[in-house]
Design a protein around this ligand. Structure first.
Ligand SMILES: Nc1ncnc2c1ncn2[C@@H]1O[C@H](COP(=O)(O)OP(=O)(O)OP(=O)(O)O)[C@@H](O)[C@H]1O
Ligand SMILES: [Mg+2]
Length: 312
């Protein structure tokens, strides 16, 4: 069980995580969703003491985690780093064996575990074990990152956007694998994602963050049915059905007049993808680009939320 009590983190004058209190029950998955810069990674890294909290306490199975040396914590807690974070000068097998090596596992046991994990993630050991990270695709690197975090069979797994770079089909497979693995091993997982659908799919409970605060922490059904604030409501639309509707319509039908900054969205993209991109970017509006590469206006969180809430 993980208990966060009034946890805050400041850098200089800025509080990037503010007074977060939440409990993750053993053998469950908590998903943290929120916009870019809302403090998700910082919150995760405070749990394994890669970042020290400025205030508050964190308890693991009832023990204040400050009483455990950081290196000890990091051996016990699996951590999947945002953007995979593999060691570039170590092979795939050496990367996965990082924690087993620290724990002094015998070679045969380590090799068997590495092969098992590579096979699980559909990477043939004969082909991939001896490669270096730069010889892998982004999605393959990400899978190796997850395998590395699982290597020593941790009771607690912290995952920061573990499936972000995967294409939809491999992503769905990876999500299903994670669920079955979690059910089998009973691992407690805290998973950061910017995708509310992934949070709904994987999380037993979802924490919605904005500007360092947890606005709501509840099971997915409750978040969807009774969003606590307008922000949470915008994030989830007003339930699953509106999401499906948004995913059927192109951005071209939701373009508003005006010039805004940011990474343009294609007019042919779905409104669902546009809403995800908006929430992910942390911007209220993004420019829309035609197939010819011309900016034809903007798409806004407010506009899309309205469409989700009141589909014509
Ligand atoms: N070491 C640091 N020093 C100063 N500010 C920091 C530091 N680390 C993070 N921040 C700031 O804290 C805020 C939260 O960062 P964090 O990485 O937790 O966001 P996030 O929710 O994980 O974002 P993203 O979705 O983009 O990964 C950001 O505004 C960031 O610039
Ligand atoms: Mg982050």
């Amino acid at each position: 069980m993980i208990e966060l009590e009034h946890v805050s983190k400041r850098y200089g004058e800025t509080e990037v995580v503010s007074d977060v209190t939440l409990t993750v029950p053993p053998r469950s998955i908590a998903a943290i969703v929120g916009t870019s810069g809302s403090g998700k990674t910082t919150l995760l890294r405070m749990i394994n003491r890669l970042v020290e909290p400025s205030a508050g306490t964190i308890k693991l199975d009832g023990v204040d985690h400050r009483s455990v040396p950081p290196h000890e914590l990091r051996r016990r807690i699996g951590y999947v780093i945002q953007g995979h974070g593999l060691f570039p000068h170590r092979t795939v097998a050496q990367n996965i064996a990082t924690v087993p090596a620290l724990l002094g596992w015998p070679r045969a046991k380590t090799k068997a575990r590495v092969d098992e994990l590579l096979t699980l993630f559909q990477l043939d050991p004969a082909e991939f074990a001896a490669r270096y990270p730069h010889e892998l695709s982004g999605g393959q690197q990400q899978r190796v990152g997850v395998a590395r975090a699982l290597a020593a069979g941790p009771n607690l797994l912290l995952m920061d956007e573990p499936f972000g770079a995967l294409d939809p089909i491999i992503r769905a497979k990876a999500q299903a694998d994670l669920l079955s693995l979690q059910a089998r091993l009973g691992t407690t997982i805290i998973l950061v994602t910017h995708d509310i659908e992934e949070a709904v799919l994987l999380g037993h409970r979802i924490a919605v963050m904005d500007a360092g605060r947890v606005l709501q922490y509840a099971p997915p059904s409750e978040i969807l049915a009774r969003p606590a604030t307008p922000f949470v409501e915008a994030l989830v639309g007003t339930g699953e059905r509106p999401f499906k509707l948004l995913s059927l319509k192109p951005v071209a039908e939701a373009v508003e007049q005006g010039i805004v900054e940011g990474e343009p969205i294609a007019a042919s993209a779905t409104q669902r993808d546009a809403l995800a991109a908006l929430l992910w970017s942390g911007r209220p509006a993004l420019p829309v680009q035609s197939a010819e590469g011309v900016i034809i206006g903007k798409v806004t969180v407010a506009g899309l939320s309205k469409r989700a809430a009141r589909p014509e």
